[in-house]
Design a protein around this ligand. Structure first.
Ligand code: NZQ
Ligand code: ZN
Length: 386
């Protein structure tokens, strides 16, 4: 096991009807900006619950943050923060609204030339404006981590940011919010969380027995509850297990003391930036090719995953490892997710070259757990995913 430090300061308030507890978490003298997305919260009752919880709090609202939070929209919100002397932010939404709020938390206190520098410089944000979240869509884990991913349509870029100053102060997780989530987004949430675990697990054995079993238990739980949630999103037991699994998949715990990969996400973000494909679906496109291409360096963990997650016990280590990649792809396909780029766009020719060139230009010359994947490897992996 590798050395590590672990601190996660986000307070989680989990369970039925917990949105009502919101106001207790916000300083009474705060001027709050409530941020939300395209309007789902106005149709499913979450908006009213937030309004009623905030009745004694001084707040203004900013709605319209799109999926894959867009930089130019966030700049409008930044203007509101300045004009209204906002001192506290409240995100009510999924990963996109929460990530947008993290960007604003950093941008509100940023002293550089342009807020885009926060993304292009890749310097960690150590202090941000305080914020809390009400999670409406389990998927990203953003409610309990300090990372964010921001899109700029003008340049077709999607870049990550983060830092110790960007953990939410609190996050409210009421599994009842799942009732109104469309099936497409539920499937995305399961796939995203599952791939988050893979990124922190599918590397090489590091003698971290507990972390491996944490990771495996999250994947097992997601596989078990997926059909239940898709059949009946009002199934509270399934919903609560789904929601907590998504948070645990990316709140920092399972990655401590072990190598991590994250190359699937790096390539996936480019597919969203270029073609607007849903985040989770880009991961399902890239992951099988990535594991096939890097088979030799990952086969031990692939075989362990085969045995412990998919109960594959027959054959050699290599046979099990191959079967496990297939089972993973089938899992995504069975939920209705296509795992080839050509199913999402007709104009995929040249995509691999564009992505590899972008990585070279950004100076990204060592992806994966061994930092050994060069832009030309990325090109091969993306081509295999056509
Ligand atoms: O915008 P509204 O109208 O609210 O509708 C949203 C949106 O259209 C809808 N939705 C959310 N909660 C709902 C609901 N519809 C009905 N009922 C509800 N209760 O769902 C749609 C998708 O929402 P979005 O927030 O975009 O989805 P998700 O949570 O999957 O977030 C995706 C974003 O998070 C980033 C992704 O790259 C992407 O930009 N990620 C953030 C991470 C992080 N911060 O740690 C890690 C992830 O790997 C990921 O990169
Ligand atoms: Zn993800």
């Amino acid at each position: 096991m590798n050395n590590f430090e672990f601190k996660n300061p986000t307070k989680i308030i989990f369970g039925k009807d917990t949105i009502a507890k919101l106001a207790k978490e916000i300083p009474t003298d705060a001027k709050v900006l409530v941020l939300y997305g395209g309007g789902s919260i106005k149709k499913n009752g979450i908006y009213e619950q937030v309004q009623s919880a905030l009745k004694d709090i001084d707040y203004v609202e900013f709605g319209g943050i799109p999926a894959n939070p867009e930089y130019t929209v966030l700049l409008e919100a930044l203007q509101v923060i300045k004009n209204e002397n906002i001192s506290y932010l409240l995100a009510v939404g999924g990963g996109s609204v929460i990530d947008g709020t993290k960007f604003l938390s950093a941008a509100a206190l940023f002293e550089g030339d342009t807020p885009w520098d926060i993304l292009s410089n890749r310097k960690p944000t150590l202090k941000g404006m305080p914020f809390g979240t009400v999670l409406t869509l389990p998927a990203t884990g953003s409610e309990m981590n300090s990372g964010a991913v921001i899109t700029r349509a003008e340049t077709k870029e999607k870049l990550g940011m983060g830092g110790a100053g960007l953990f939410p102060q609190f996050s409210i997780l009421d599994p009842q919010v799942i009732k109104s989530i469309p099936k497409r987004q539920l499937v995305n949430g399961i796939t995203d969380a599952f791939t988050h675990v893979l990124e922190q697990y599918m590397t090489y054995p590091a003698g971290a027995l507990l972390q491996d079993r944490f990771a495996e238990s999250i994947m097992q739980t997601l596989i078990e509850v997926a059909p239940k949630i898709l059949k009946d999103p009002t199934d509270y037991e399934a919903a609560s297990n789904f929601m907590w699994s998504c948070t645990m998949a990316l709140n920092g715990l399972i990655q401590k003391g072990v190598p991590t990969d994250w190359a699937v996400h790096a390539m996936g973000h480019e597919l969203t930036a270029l073609y607007g494909i849903d985040h989770a679906r880009t991961l399902a496109i890239i992951a099988p090719s990535h594991y096939q291409y890097n088979f030799d360096t990952k086969k031990e963990k692939l075989a362990q995953y085969a045995e412990r997650i998919w109960n594959i016990t027959e054959g050699s280590l290599e046979d099990k490892a191959y079967d496990a990649i297939e089972r993973t792809e089938q899992f995504f396909n069975q939920m209705g997710i296509d795992t080839k780029l050509s199913k999402y766009t007709e104009n995929f020719d040249g995509t691999a070259e564009v992505i590899s060139k972008r990585f070279t230009e950004r100076g990204w010359v060592g992806l994966g757990e061994h930092q050994s994947l060069k832009p030309e490897d990325v090109e091969h992996i993306v081509q295999m995913a056509y």
